[in-house]
Unconditional design. Structure first.
Length: 211
């Protein structure tokens, strides 16, 4: 398997494509620029098998319907945000991008609570990591030593917690109890910015020191 990062949408949110040698893939957080994403998939001969959302803020879901227009695949989301794709007030598009509100037609599939999770041959350990939003999750792929952390943990920073359902204390607990428990060489694939490692954030992230 291999992964690739594609910044998409108004906030250049990192979408990730995780693909196998047979060209099947899953897409994490397709945030916008649907035409560009489709071009990448077709140029590489990739066939999406599912969309995995770390959470449902507008900048992480903007191209969900674009993918579904070409591929009939499941869209996975935590139960606490199951209605967010269809509600601009919840996903934030009504406030942050008025006139371009996101009202998705997707029928979502609810993720399991936590633990082992697989979709069409792609296997993960699923972690519930709320704080940035009430239904934030992270997907750990042990085979590649990477974790798709959404907006929980960034290089030298953490997710904002001033949006509805956010909690600074809960986010720090999620990071320390779930993400920092991973092997230190785990690569952190964040929702924005470059990749980092668990070890680097343990040593240098100012938001985590002294917690």
């Amino acid at each position: 398997m291999k992964w690739q990062r594609i910044p998409l949408g108004p906030l250049q949110t990192n979408a990730y494509i995780l693909s196998k040698s047979n060209k099947e893939c899953v897409i994490f957080d397709p945030g916008g620029d649907g035409a560009r994403l489709q071009t990448v998939l077709r140029q590489q001969g990739l066939t999406p098998m599912g969309i995995l959302l770390t959470h449902a803020h507008f900048d992480h879901i903007g191209a969900v319907d674009d993918v579904l227009a070409h591929w009939d695949v499941p869209v996975f989301i935590h139960e606490k945000e199951k209605n967010w794709l269809k509600d601009p007030a919840l996903n934030g598009s009504g406030y942050f991008i008025p006139g371009q509100e996101i009202v998705s037609k997707a029928n979502v599939t609810i993720l399991p609570k936590e633990g082992a999770f697989s979709v069409v041959g792609f296997s993960f350990d699923l972690f519930y990591t709320p704080g940035h939003s009430p239904g934030s999750v992270s997907y750990y792929c042990k085979e590649l030593g990477v974790v798709f952390s959404g907006d929980a943990l960034f290089q030298g920073s953490i997710g904002r917690t001033d949006l509805p359902g956010g909690s600074h204390e809960r986010l720090l607990s999620s990071i320390h109890e779930k993400l920092l428990s991973l092997p230190e060489d785990t690569i952190v694939l964040s929702g924005h910015g470059p990749e980092t490692t668990i070890e680097a954030e343990m040593d240098t992230n100012p938001f985590l020191n002294g917690f």
